[in-house]
Structure formats: C-alpha cells, structure tokens
Design a protein around this ligand. Structure first.
Ligand SMILES: [Mn+2]
Length: 667
C-alpha cells in the first residue's frame, strides 16, 4: 500500500513537471477549449506517443488534458476527490518532451457508471512499417450530435447580405478618382485587387453550391484522422492571408483541426511582422514559423510540415477560401486509402472582384503537355464509367499545385518534396509523377471545394521554373524526357543540381517507369513520335533567317495562322513534328495539326485526330525530295513571301521546283 502511495507521489511529481499540464484554474480560463474538441471527451493520439496511466486526485468536474500542439489527450474516469481510483491517461511524446499546455474536459454526467473503455482502434495500424496513420479515438460516453462534432473553432458571424462580397458575390465599389488610384496601386503591387479585398469581411460566407449528394453526405467525424493545415506565404497581402486563416478556422470541424501552421518565407512587409504576430496570438491553434533565409515555396512548406502534429498534412495557398465541408471528404479518403494524395476542387476567386466561381459539376482533372506545362482536361470517359457515384474521388494524372492533403507518414515515406527545387513551379508535376510511379494515387474529391485567387499575373518571378522541371524530367521521365527537351531546347543546357538522392529514392521505393505511368495513368496523352530528322524548327530556304512559327492567342489554341518568324532556336512556337501519318503537328495545350482548305491562302491549325482515328486529307502533307512541303489535296505548296510592308509570312501557292521560297528544312 505504501509502495503504491510512493508510486503515486512520483507520478504526480512527474506529471506536474509536465509543463503546465496540471493547470490551474487560471490556465483553464485562458484556454477555453470547452466547446471545442476536448469538450467531446475525445482521446487524441499524436505521432510517437506512448501512454501512461496515472491515478490522481482531481476535482470532480474537471478533467485535464495535455493537448494543444504536441500531446495527446487525457481521459479521466473518476476523480479521486469524488471517488477513489480516478484515472488519467497521459500520452507523452517518446522523446521525453512532455505536454505543452492544457485544456479542460467536462465531466460527463454519468461518470460513476461508465466503464473505462480500452483505446479503441489503437495502437495505430502498422502498414509493414512503411506508412501508417494514427487514428484518433473517441471515448466519449453518450451521444454527441453531429452538429456539435462538426462545429468549427470559431463560428462565422451571421451573414450580412448588404456587405461587400457576401456569399461569394462580386464586390461593387463606387470609387472616386483618388480611390481608383489606390485600387490601381494595389493591383500593381499584388497582382490582386487588394483594395477590393480589404472591403470584404475576413469572415464572409461562401454559397455552398456543391452537388446535393455532397451536401447530404455524412461523415464519421470522430474516426477521421486529424490534420495540420500548412500555409506558406511571402509578402502576401493582409486581407487575403487573414481571410485564408479565418476561413480554415471557421469551416473545419474543431476536432479535426490540430493547428494551422503559417510559414513566413522571409517576407519584408512591415505588417507581416509584429502586427501579424499580435493578431494571430489571439487565435486558437494558429502558429507562425518564420524562415531565416528565403527558402522558396517548396522548402518553406516542408519546414512547416516538420512542426505539424496532425495525422494529415493539408497544404493550402495563402489566398484561399474554403467552402464548408471541404475537409471531411479529404480526411475520409485518406483514412480509407493512406497512400492517396488528395486535392480539393480548386474554384476560382476573381482577382479583381473577388467573385467566387464554384465548379458545380464534374471537376476537371490535371494533365500536362510535352513542354511540361500543367493543363486541365475533362475526366476521360473510361474513368467516368468506372465511377459508381458522382461524388467518388476522381483520379488525376497530375495536380495543379499548392492545394492538397496527404497523410504525414505517407508523405514522409514518399520522400516529401524535392528540396533541390527553388521558389516554385514544376514541383507539382514532380510530386504527381512520384506518387503514381511509386505505387500511390492522386485524386480530386468532387465534394471538397477551396477557392483560390488566381492573380492577374505571377506575383513574383520564377526564374527557377525550368530548373525544377528539368529535375522532375531527369528523375522520373526516363527517355520520355527527350520529348520535353525537343520542345524546349534551352532546358538541355540548364544546370539542375544534384539529383542523386532523388534517383536513390526512386530505386529504394521501387518505383515504376514513366512508360508505365503513361500507359496506365494517362493513356489519353498523345505521345509524339519525334522521329529522327522529322521534328524541330522548319527553316525557309528562300528567307534563311526565318522559320515556320505558330503563335495562338491565350485561350484559343486554333485561333491563328501558320506564319514566318526569325529563327530563335528555343523550340516553343517554332517546334513542329512531321508524323508518320503525314501530319505537321504543333504541340501546345493540345495536339494541333496544320490544315489547308482550298479557297484560302493561309494555313490554319485544327485539333489533330485522336490516336487511331482517321486522318482527314486537309491535314496531309508531303515533304518532298526537292525540299517542298506539298499538300496533295489542293496540289499546292507552302510558300514563304514578304508582305507589302516587308513582313515575312507564308501562304499556299502553286508548286514550282525552282522556287526557293518553297524550300524548307527541319533542323
Ligand atoms: Mn496562389
């Protein structure tokens, strides 16, 4: 008996050392967690935690929880001042670091009769040690209604229909000339209309126009993994950053959100210093980490991730707004399939008016072209047929970028990000290839919606974009990388740093080939033939400084004519491929084919027939031995000429073997 008392005493001391675990009433008051996760009596298991059992004297209606950032949870059965034998289960971090702070649980009324339940579902499922996800276990007695479980840490104020931007509507500002100037200045500075953003509530509501199945779907919130939301930023405007933070806090069920981790990548704007610190110090579960040198998006995010204590990492951009219900589908899918990287549907928030455009029907999925530019496309019909319901997650060959959720342990298993990548750009394709080739999957969940402000233009230069993309190509694309290099000759000369670690990673994880990826994950992507000597720039014999060129307007790939322009050797607009089907192909967002129809002078572009479909005669060309490019259907040849103003161009003319302006050569 004495022994037991001593043991008890020792434990008590130990627990008291445990930072401020044994909180006083004061701390309890400071940390009003009642009403959030602890109030539900949930038991939390963080990573690397083991549990101990303590027998402690405690006041009846209070249960302590060493929670907040790094711990765990506590469950008290009975309190000794009311009855002997109370138990507190404390989870400690294995490396000795104990709890950081404390919170309060409400004693449930039927405390006397409830039994100590085992830790249901724990320890976390081990998946041959590769990656495992730690389940959070609810031990609440009695029923807690769904609405309570869904409750976020902060509730949005009631909607004000007269407020600017409420319900995701466009702002309508009547500005005088001075205000107009301020508005223009803000656009100049941020490439986003921050003047308008500042007029919109940081807590505005967004109309939930998701598919009705999404709205009616229920989730077993207590058994979903928890998440840490990581948001990296660099010189972001105040209102867009803060609206992102509030939006996460106000739309994510409190019991699922471990924390928001902000990573400031060495911003130099004044308001992001103490003003930001002060502001977020009044917000629960928001942490701020600052890098001490400029790291770029990739490394900044990773730094944030190392502080994360949730089971799942959710990466968000710093100018987003989440639609209620965005988090549950992501976490549910990860609980179901741990090796999934899952993205929300990215809705557009207009950079000028802040109107929120929700994609209400089937979302687009990600792809790329052979210049390794990310492209959206619609769900392939084969995939659509496989889906049982409109709200099943949709597999996607690539991801757009900054917005996704992944199990923390799976992300680590997969080799997180390529830290050799600078600033941003290209990292999304690299991660996409890696997930698929190394046995995981990448999906978009139609029920999870996050709005993103697409700026007017890239807010800061991304000089390392090509280097990042080359790293992705070198590590993952095998010989298919040549298709990219052919279309982007400068990429061959880029110094891209050491990739030996990434190649080792690929071997260690026994990842599949790029060929496998193309055939199984992205079969709809046309793979160019790039036959030797039949691709590249097409130089004119008659005006030898000039090459064939195609320059389409941004959103209309077929909206221009084939033209002539000074040879620049950079691929891009001057890269053509002559296929074994006798097409002259130009790869942009989609595969385009040079087309000529009689009665016109110019040469247009149309979408090429899909693989296996018949080739119409209007797009059939012959490169003849005399150097001419002959169009059999019209019996004409591509001819270089100078316009009256002296500009060079091409048109179709009757063929004549002496005409050097009909002489062309691939180079
Ligand atoms: Mn962005």
């Amino acid at each position: 008996m004495k022994q037991a008392e001593e043991r008890h005493e020792a434990r008590l001391q130990r627990v008291q050392q445990c930072a401020s675990v044994f909180v006083t009433e004061q701390i309890m008051k400071q940390r009003q967690y009642v009403g959030s996760m602890e109030a539900e009596g949930d038991l939390w298991l963080g990573q690397g935690l083991q549990h101990r059992t303590w027998e402690l004297p405690l006041t009846p209606a209070r249960v302590l929880c060493c929670s907040q950032w790094n711990c765990c949870a506590v469950h008290i059965r009975r309190t000794s001042s009311s009855a002997p034998g109370s138990k507190v289960i404390v989870f400690e971090k294995l490396f000795g670091e104990l709890c950081f702070s404390a919170a309060v649980l409400q004693e449930t009324p039927n405390a006397q009769t409830r039994e100590q339940r085992p830790l249901i579902g724990s320890p976390p499922a081990e998946d041959s040690g590769k990656h495992s996800i730690k389940a959070r276990v609810a031990i609440t007695q009695g029923e807690v209604d769904v609405e309570t479980l869904k409750r976020p840490i902060y509730l949005k104020p009631p909607p004000d229909s007269n407020a600017q931007g409420e319900w995701g509507r466009a702002t309508r500002l009547n500005l005088n000339s001075e205000e107009k100037k301020q508005e223009q200045d803000s656009i100049e500075r941020y490439a986003i209309n921050i003047y308008a953003s500042d007029k919109i509530s940081l807590h505005r509501h967004i109309e939930d126009n998701r598919m009705h199945e999404c709205k009616s779907k229920t989730y077993d919130i207590r058994h979903l993994p928890t998440t840490s939301v990581v948001i990296a930023f660099y010189n972001e405007a105040w209102s867009t950053l803060l609206r992102t933070i509030h939006s996460v806090l106000e739309t994510t069920p409190a019991i699922l959100l471990k924390e928001i981790i902000l990573v400031d990548d060495l911003s130099d704007r004044g308001y992001l210093k103490s003003q930001l610190e002060e502001y977020i110090s009044n917000l629960e579960r928001v942490r701020l980490i600052r890098t001490n040198k400029r790291e770029g998006l990739v490394r900044a995010r990773l730094i944030g991730a190392t502080y994360a204590t949730g089971d799942v990492l959710t990466f968000l951009d710093c100018h987003c707004e989440c639609v209620p219900g965005w988090m549950e589908p992501l976490l549910e899918r990860i609980a179901e399939k741990q090796d999934t990287v899952i993205c929300p549907v990215i809705d557009t928030i207009d950079w000028n008016t802040f109107e929120f455009y929700m994609q209400t029907d089937e979302p687009m999925v990600g792809g790329f072209d052979w210049r390794l530019t990310f492209q959206w496309h619609s769900v392939p019909s084969a995939d659509r047929k496989e889906r049982k319901s409109r709200i099943d997650p949709i597999r996607s060959p690539t991801m757009a970028g900054g917005l996704f959720a992944v199990s923390k342990s799976y992300f680590e298993y997969l080799g997180t990000y390529d830290t050799g990548m600078e600033v941003w750009g290209g990292e999304n394709l690299e991660l996409s290839f890696r997930v698929w080739q190394c046995g995981g999957s990448l999906e978009i969940h139609p029920c999870s919606h996050v709005g993103h402000v697409f700026p007017k233009k890239a807010p800061y230069a991304r000089p390392k974009f090509l280097q990042n993309t080359v790293r992705a190509a070198e590590v993952w694309m095998d010989s298919y990388k040549d298709l990219f290099y052919n279309r982007n000759p400068p990429a061959r000369k880029v110094t891209y740093g050491d990739i030996s670690d990434r190649i080792l990673l690929r071997e260690r994880l026994k990842c599949r080939s790029f060929d496998w990826y193309l055939k199984n994950i992205y079969p709809d992507l046309h793979v160019p033939e790039d036959r030797p000597d039949w691709h590249g720039a097409v130089r004119s014999g008659g005006i030898p400084s000039e090459c064939l060129d195609y320059n389409a307007p941004d959103h209309n790939p077929t909206g221009a004519h084939l033209s002539l322009f000074g040879c620049h050797g950079q691929g891009g607009n001057q890269y053509f491929e002559y296929t074994s089907y006798k097409e002259i192909c130009f790869n942009s967002i989609t595969e385009l084919c040079a087309e000529y129809t009689n009665g016109q002078n110019h040469i247009g572009m149309k979408h090429c027939p899909r693989d296996g479909e018949p080739v119409p005669p209007t797009i059939v060309w012959e490169f003849r031995d005399d150097g001419s490019i002959y169009h059999p259907l019209s019996d004409k040849c591509i001819t270089a000429y100078r316009t009256a103003e002296g500009r060079t161009d091409v048109q179709m003319q009757k063929c004549s073997s002496e005409n050097m302006n009909q002489n062309w050569k691939f180079e």
